[in-house]
Design a protein around this ligand. Structure first.
Ligand SMILES: Nc1ncnc2c1ncn2[C@@H]1O[C@H](COP(=O)(O)OP(=O)(O)O)[C@@H](O)[C@H]1O
Ligand SMILES: [Mg+2]
Length: 610
C-alpha cells in the first residue's frame, strides 16, 4: 500500500519500503520484551537488567532519576550500592544495544544526564511508541485509512505486554494503560470497518469482544449497530436488552447516553442508522477539488505535478516521505519546489524552507538553521519545541556567529526530535532548494531524519542540481537511495511548449521554423528559453521564419557558454557569477544569473560588481 502510491510514472523512481537498514535498533515491549539490531536479536541480560531498560523506555526519553530506577528495579531489596549496581547494568546494556560501536560512542542510546538516565531513540524504534502514534493518527483520517492504520498498530502486539513484570508495582499502571489502549484500538478498528459497510462480517467479532468485556458499552453499541445494519433488527433489540441487564446486574447502572440514543433510533427505525455516519472525532479537511494540474505558465509539468501532489497526499494520510527533484541548471527544479510549497500552503500544511548556497556551504547546520529558526523566534514556543529529547539541539541555535556546532549523534537526535515536536500540530513539509550546496552537517542530518521517519508525518521536498561534481556527492546519493525517497526529474520542454512560450512573449503567430530554432538553441531548458526570449523581445524580433536564423545567432552564444557550466566548480562568488552571466548573455536578469549561480540575488549583485 505504501510503495504503490510512489509509482507515479516511469521517471519517478519507486523504491520499496522494506526496512533493511543495518543495525536499526528495535525494542519490543508488546509481548515478551525483546530487542534487535537489524535482523539480529540482542541479548538484553537478566530480568533486572532488562527492567532498567524498560523503565527508561517507558519514560519516553525523559530523564529518570537514579532513585526512581533503583526503587523500581530492586524495590525493598536494594543492594548496598544501588547507584553502582545500576551503573553496571547500564554499561552492560549499552554494550548489548550497540554491539558494534566503539566504547566511547556507546552512550548514544542510554545517556546519563544529571542524576539520572534517559534513552535516545527514534519514535519508531519502540513498538509501544509506534503503537501510540498510530493510534493518535487513526482519529484524524477517513474510515479506510483508519482501518489500515489500526490494523498496523494492532499487528505490533505479540502478547501481553510486560508480562514478566506483571507483579511489579512500577509496571502495573503501564500494563493497564496499554491494555486499555489496545481495547480502544480494537473498538475503533471495528467502528471503521462498520463504516466501510462490513456489518454482517463483524457480528461474530463483536460478540466475542462483548463476551470478553461485557461492561464496555462501546462494544455493545457497535454490536447493536452491526446487527441492525445486517438487517437483524430483532437481534439488535435483544442485544440492547442484554446490555441493559448486564450493566444493571454487574454495576447497578443504566446504559450511558450513547447506548440509550442508539436504542431510541433502533426503536424508531431511524433512517440515518443505515447510512454510515461520517466520523466526527476530529475535523477532517474537505477533499480538495480535483486540481488544475499545473498553473497556466508552467508548461509540460503534469507528470511532475502529479508526483508532487502524490507526495503531499501521502503526507496528509500520515505517510512520511522524501521527494527529490533532480535535474540540470535551469530545468525548473526550484519552480516545482515553489509549486509544492504553494499547494502545501493551500492545504494549511506547515512548510519550513531553506536554500543551499555556494557561499554558505561551509557553515555548519546553516540549512538546518534556515529551516527552524523562524519557528523558534517566540521564546515560549522555543522552550516548548526544544524540550525533552530535543534539548540537545539547542547548541545549534545558541551559537555565536562563526561558531560551528558539533555534529554529534546527540545533536542530530535532538534536531530530529525538534522536527517530531513540530509535527504535534500536524504534518510538516521541509522544503530545501539546491541541496547540493547545503552544508554537510545539514545534509547529514537530513539523511538521519529521513531514515527515521517511519511514523512521523514529515515530507522533505528537495531539489538537487545534477551534471556537476558536488562536494557531498556520496551523501546526496545516499539520500536518493533511501527507501522512502521518490525522485522526479523534470524533462526538457517539448517543441509545443516552446512555441507556446514564444507566442506568450513575442506574440503570435509563431512560425514552426522559429519555434524549432528556439527549441534547438535552448534544448528545451526553460531558463535558457526565457533568457533567449527576453533578448529577442528587447530587440522586438518577430517570431516568423525569416527570423529563425537570427535566433540561432543570438542563442548560439548562450549555448556555447554552457560549456562553462561543466567547468570545475569555483568557490568564490565572482567567478561563479561571471560564469552564470556568460551563460545567459548580455540580457541576463539578476534573478536568472542568481538562479544559475546558486547564489542569492544580493550575493550575485555583489559578485557582478566585483
Ligand atoms: N515548466 C516550465 N514552464 C515554463 N517556465 C518554467 C518551467 N519550469 C521552469 N520555468 C521557468 O524557468 C526558469 C528557471 O526555472 P528554475 O526553477 O529556477 O530552474 P532550476 O531551479 O532547475 O535551476 C524560471 O523562470 C522558471 O519560472
Ligand atoms: Mg533552482
Amino acid at each position: 500500500m505504501r510503495t504503490s502510491r510512489r509509482r507515479i510514472s516511469s521517471s519517478t523512481v519507486p523504491r520499496g519500503r522494506a526496512r533493511v537498514e543495518n543495525g536499526q535498533l528495535r525494542i519490543s515491549l508488546l509481548g515478551t520484551c525483546t530487542a534487535s539490531s537489524g535482523d539480529v536479536p540482542l541479548d538484553l541480560g537478566g530480568p533486572r537488567q532488562r527492567a532498567v531498560l524498560v523503565v527508561l523506555v517507558l519514560a519516553r526519553g525523559e530523564v529518570v532519576p537514579v532513585e526512581r530506577i533503583t526503587e523500581a528495579v530492586w524495590g525493598d531489596h536494594a543492594p548496598a550500592d544501588p547507584a553502582g549496581a545500576l551503573q553496571a547494568y547500564v554499561s552492560h546494556l549499552r554494550r548489548r544495544l550497540q554491539p558494534g560501536s566503539a566504547a566511547r560512542t556507546r552512550s548514544a542510546v542510554i545517556v546519563s544526564e544529571g542524576r539520572g538516565y534517559a534513552v535516545r531513540l527514534p519514535p519508531d524504534a519502540v513498538d509501544v511508541w509506534r503503537f501510540e502514534r498510530l493510534l493518535d493518527r487513526s482519529g484524524t483520517t477517513d474510515a479506510a485509512t483508519t482501518a489500515q492504520i489500526l490494523g498496523e498498530a494492532l499487528a505490533l502486539w505479540r502478547g501481553p505486554p510486560l508480562a514478566e513484570w506483571a507483579d511489579e508495582p512500577w509496571a502495573e499502571a503501564e500494563i493497564a494503560r496499554l491494555g486499555e489502549l489496545r481495547a480502544v484500538a480494537r473498538e475503533r478498528l471495528l467502528e471503521a470497518r462498520l463504516e466501510l459497510g462490513e456489518a454482517a462480517l463483524l457480528v461474530p467479532d463483536l460478540e466475542t469482544m462483548v463476551a470478553e468485556e461485557p461492561l464496555r458499552e462501546e462494544r455493545w453499541r457497535l454490536l447493536v449497530l452491526a446487527l441492525y445494519r445486517a438487517h437483524r433488527q430483532a437481534d439488535a433489540l435483544t442485544a440492547l436488552r442484554r446490555a441493559r441487564t448486564t450493566l444493571a446486574d454487574e454495576l447497578g447502572v443504566d446504559p450511558g447516553p450513547a447506548l440509550r440514543e442508539l436504542e431510541e433510533r433502533v426503536l424508531a427505525q431511524s433512517p440515518d442508522l443505515v447510512v454510515p455516519t461520517q466520523r466526527t472525532r476530529a475535523p477532517v479537511a474537505p477533499p480538495p477539488a480535483e486540481p488544475v494540474l499545473a498553473p497556466d505558465d508552467l508548461l509540460d509539468r503534469n507528470r511532475e505535478m502529479r508526483a508532487v501532489r502524490a507526495a503531499l497526499d501521502g503526507l496528509a494520510a500520515g505517510e512520511p516521505g522524501l521527494l527529490l527533484i533532480e535535474g540540470p541548471a535551469g530545468i525548473g527544479k526550484t519552480r516545482l519546489l515553489t509549486e509544492a510549497r504553494r499547494i502545501a500552503g493551500e492545504r494549511s500544511v506547515r512548510v519550513l524552507t531553506a536554500r543551499g548556497s555556494q557561499l554558505e556551504k561551509a557553515f555548519g547546520f546553516g540549512a538546518v538553521r534556515q529551516l527552524f529558526e523562524p519557528e523558534l523566534a517566540v521564546p515560549e514556543r522555543r522552550e516548548a519545541l526544544l524540550a525533552g529529547a530535543a534539548v540537545s539541539a539547542r547548541t545549534v541555535f545558541d551559537l555565536a556567529p562563526g561558531e560551528s556546532p558539533d555534529g554529534s549523534f546527540a545533536v542530530l537526535h535532538g534536531l530530529y526530535w525538534l522536527a517530531v515536536n513540530l509535527t504535534a500540530d500536524g504534518p510538516l513539509v521541509l522544503a530545501v532548494d539546491d541541496l547540493q550546496w547545503c552544508d554537510s552537517a545539514s545534509l547529514r542530518w537530513l539523511a538521519y531524519l529521513v531514515r527515521r521517519l517511519d511514523a512521523v508525518p514529515v515530507l522533505v521536498v528537495a531539489t538537487v542540481r545534477t551534471g556537476e561534481q558536488h562536494v557531498d556527492e556520496e551523501l546526496l546519493t545516499e539520500l536518493s537511495m533511501e527507501p522512502v525517497a521518490a525522485v522526479v526529474r523534470p524533462a526538457a520542454l517539448s517543441l509545443e511548449a516552446t512555441a507556446d512560450l514564444v507566442a506568450r512573449r513575442l506574440g503570435g503567430p509563431v512560425s514552426p521554423l522559429f519555434a524549432l530554432a528556439c527549441h534547438r538553441t535552448t534544448s528545451g531548458n526553460p531558463l535558457l528559453l526565457r533568457q533567449l526570449l527576453r533578448g529577442l523581445e528587447a530587440d522586438a524580433v518577430r517570431p516568423d521564419a525569416a527570423h529563425a536564423d537570427m535566433v540561432v545567432a543570438v542563442g548560439s552564444r548562450a549555448v556555447s557558454s554552457m560549456v562553462l557550466m561543466r567547468l570545475r566548480r569555483l568557490p568564490a562568488p565572482a567567478p561563479v557569477v561571471a560564469r552564470a552571466a556568460a551563460v545567459l548573455g548580455d540580457g541576463a536578469s539578476l534573478p536568472a544569473v542568481a538562479a544559475l549561480a546558486g547564489l542569492s540575488e544580493a550575493e550575485t549583485a555583489a559578485g557582478l560588481a566585483a
